[in-house]
Design a protein around this ligand. Structure first.
Ligand SMILES: Cc1cc2nc3c(=O)[nH]c(=O)nc-3n(C[C@H](O)[C@H](O)[C@H](O)COP(=O)(O)OP(=O)(O)OC[C@H]3O[C@@H](n4cnc5c(N)ncnc54)[C@H](O)[C@@H]3O)c2cc1C
Ligand code: FES
Length: 249
């Protein structure tokens, strides 16, 4: 799993202008929440959550993802994985924001999500047609589903129907979601969050993904909320590629 292997792109599903799923010709024996380091020669290497055993689901942002978006079936990338620790439970109420939907798609594939609360900035950034669980949508601008933050969709009624909770998305959103669940009586050990930090190696060697003494790439990226409550930097500081700490805003 620490060796880069060449994977050919078999199929590309374009969900919208900003989100694509890339299916590869080979599977990666993995569990939901684990990730892979994807290497494009001449561009670099970045971590992506697996959205199934043979796919990643990517939001177009900067240099790396723009290059990926130009690729076509039969093009290839190099992949190291599966890496990290994934989700541990089942029958989740899941909360996803933006590209945080990627690991949730893998959980849905494995039939372990009962209900999904899914938010994005607008309808153009949402993936539609998610099957096999009940989906409640929210958009910041009200262009689809509930008008407001996805965390507003966490209600006492919905929480009472579930015992395990999975969250992935921007860190501030995850903090608000976890705090709301705790307010509604959920034990922190029953909440799992997938953290994101800048990663160089993805295998525990370089320290670039360090957060309060934990290496997100090998100790996580999925942590229970009681573990996260001991991480002072959660939702406060992240590290830049230089290693310098920067406030999360
Ligand atoms: C464990 C892990 C799993 C990940 N899984 C996925 C995934 O499944 N799908 C996916 O699309 N991405 C995922 N990412 C993020 C991914 O690795 C890249 O960081 C991201 O795609 C941006 O890369 P880029 O080179 O295109 O953009 P960059 O050139 O790095 O950034 C372009 C712009 O986007 C901003 N930006 C970069 N990263 C983020 C971010 N995380 N949130 C908000 N703004 C950001 C930058 O500040 C910059 O303004 C994951 C990251 C980690 C650590
Ligand atoms: S990315 Fe190098 S230690 Fe985590």
């Amino acid at each position: 799993m620490w060796i880069k292997r060449r994977f050919t792109i078999d199929e590309i599903v374009e969900h919208n202008k900003y989100m694509k799923t890339f299916f590869f010709d080979e599977t990666i024996e993995s569990s939901p929440g684990q990730f892979a380091m994807v290497f494009i020669p001449g561009i670099g290497e970045k971590p992506f959550s697996l959205s199934s055993k043979n796919s990643i689901t990517v939001e177009k942002r900067g240099k790396f993802t723009q290059k990926l978006f130009q690729m076509k079936p039969k093009d290839f990338v190099y992949i190291k994985g599966p890496l990290g620790v994934g989700f541990r439970n089942k029958d989740y109420l899941a909360v996803a924001g933006g590209s945080g939907i990627a690991p949730m798609l893998y959980l849905i594939n494995n039939a372990v999500i009962k209900s999904l609360l899914y938010g994005a900035r607008d309808n153009e950034h949402l993936i539609h047609g998610i099957k096999d669980c009940v989906v409640y949508y929210a958009t910041d601008d009200g262009s689809y589903g509930y008008h407001g933050f996805v965390t507003d969709l966490i209600t006492e009624d919905l929480v009472s129907q579930h015992s395990k909770f999975a969250i992935c998305g921007p860190e501030i959103m995850m903090k608000i979601a976890a705090e709301k669940l705790v307010e509604l009586g959920v034990e922190p050990k029953d909440i799992e969050l997938s953290l994101e930090r800048y990663m160089k190696c993805g295998i525990g060697l370089c320290g670039s993904c360090e957060c309060s003494g934990r290496r997100i790439c090998i100790d996580g990226p999925v942590f229970t909320y009681d573990e996260i409550l001991e991480m002072q930097d959660f939702a406060k500081f992240k590290r830049l590629p230089s290693g310098k700490k920067q406030k999360i805003i």
